[in-house]
Design a protein around this ligand. Structure first.
Ligand code: PLP
Length: 405
């Protein structure tokens, strides 16, 4: 029976947290604690920690394990196994896609389009590409975080001959807006552009089928869907040319050299299989939880706004709420004191002193106190959990608004 508590098994982190039974974890978008099935599948391989590049029998066994995982992931995504390159995570895959494209087209004036609300792994890779000669454009979004495709069409038409990459996240990690990826791929291909998507947050919540949505490049990571930290992938459609970013080995067909991680790959494949199998039922369940939580927050906390709430497509398991007049840090610390693990936006930005570019892009004014709180759900989240989160946020926000005023 799901409890909604910090999942209790079997990592060290969770063993420590388990001492406090009252804690509630609602930050699955930052890290989805490893699922017991994943731990078991990895445990079975853990005893055989050999190098898959070794020619001896243990090495061949590790190689088989790695390739089984690659094949399984290929089947789940609807592509050939040879299109999957394992990396160390989403950031590395995003960098490989964008900078690999820029470097492969060095000297021919490549263009890179990224949206205003991309993850920093894409924004900063694109900026780096700009220093290396690419022309970089930021695609504007509306108040809901949805891309302005007419703006993009205009720019694509303006210079049809330039080698072009459009890099757009399938689902946003801070506000949950899901882009119309089929339309973006069609628009890009109509103008001879390649399309990369950061699908890190979309996996397991959106139906990612490369047969139906033929992106050219796709990044994903295991730890956002119940797999281990430290393994990601880049899907590359055959015929798309990328320059590797690092050198020194033939692993991953020289696209991402270095000793491979069959145990992590097994965990990734297991987690993805579970997420795909459960997706439809979970999406229905999460959508009901999300709508219930948002309804309560809007009704019970004055002047709140649901970021991305007007978007035609949204993640079912993410709620981002904005509370004006409220200090963000104080609110999050108070929630933590209440035993609730939530986030201010993206965990990746939490050590940064700069504000959220995503909130700027969707028109949240940056000149007055404003708190953004992100709750994200997983397979263990229940209705009692979201009610507890709503009760706590209403109580804490009233206190913090009074202190901030
Ligand atoms: C949308 C998105 N892209 C990329 C990343 C980075 O993935 P990783 O932590 O595996 O490097 C994250 C992590 O928060 C993310 O949310």
């Amino acid at each position: 029976m799901p409890t909604g508590r910090i999942p209790g098994e079997p990592t060290l982190k969770m063993t420590i947290m388990r001492a406090d039974e009252e804690r509630l974890y609602l930050d699955y978008a930052a890290n989805w604690p490893m699922r017991p099935e994943v731990w078991e599948a990895m445990g079975a391989e853990l005893r055989h920690g050999y190098n898959p590049a070794s020619a001896h029998a243990p090495g061949r066994m590790a190689h088989r394990c790695l390739e089984l995982a690659r094949g399984r992931i290929g089947e789940l995504l609807g592509c050939a196994r040879s299109c999957i390159y394992f990396t160390g995570g989403g950031t590395q895959s995003d960098n490989l896609a964008i900078l690999g494209f820029v470097r492969a087209h060095e000297g021919s004036g490549p263009r890179v389009f990224v949206s205003q609300i991309e993850h920093k792994a894409c924004l900063e890779a694109a900026d780096r590409g700009g220093l290396e000669g690419a022309r970089v454009f930021r695609i504007p979004v509306d108040r809901s975080g949805t891309l302005d495709l007419e703006w993009l069409r205009g720019r694509l038409e303006a210079d049809p001959a330039a080698p072009t990459l459009i890099s757009v996240m399938w689902a946003n990690n801070e506000i949950g807006t899901v882009q119309a990826m089929d339309d973006i791929v069609a628009l890009g291909h109509e103008h001879g552009a390649l399309v990369h998507t950061d699908a890190v947050q979309a996996m397991g919540k959106v139906d990612v089928d490369l047969g139906r949505t033929p992106v050219d490049l796709l990044s994903a990571t295991a730890h956002k869907l119940g797999g281990p930290v430290g393994i990601g992938l880049l899907y590359r459609r055959p015929g798309v040319t990328l320059e590797p970013l690092s050198y020194g080995g033939g692993q991953e067909r020289s696209m991402w050299p270095g000793t491979q991680n069959p145990i992590g790959a097994t965990g990734f494949a297991t987690a993805l299989a579970l997420a795909v199998e459960e997706r439809e039922a979970e999406v229905a369940r999460w959508t009901a939880l999300r709508d219930h939580l948002e309804g309560r927050l809007l009704a019970e906390i004055p002047d709140t706004r649901i970021h991305g709430g007007e978007a035609p497509l949204r993640l079912p398991n993410l709620v981002s709420v904005g509370i004006p007049g409220c200090d963000s840090g104080a609110l999050l610390v108070s929630l933590d004191f209440e035993g609730i693990a939530a986030s201010g936006g993206s965990a990746c930005g939490s050590d940064s002193s700069v504000g959220s570019g995503v909130l700027d892009a969707i028109g949240v004014p940056g000149d007055a106190p404003y708190a953004a709180v992100r709750f994200s759900f997983g397979h263990e989240t229940t209705r009692a959990d979201v009610d507890r989160a709503a009760d706590a946020l209403a109580r804490v926000a009233a206190r913090v608004v009074a202190l901030t005023a």
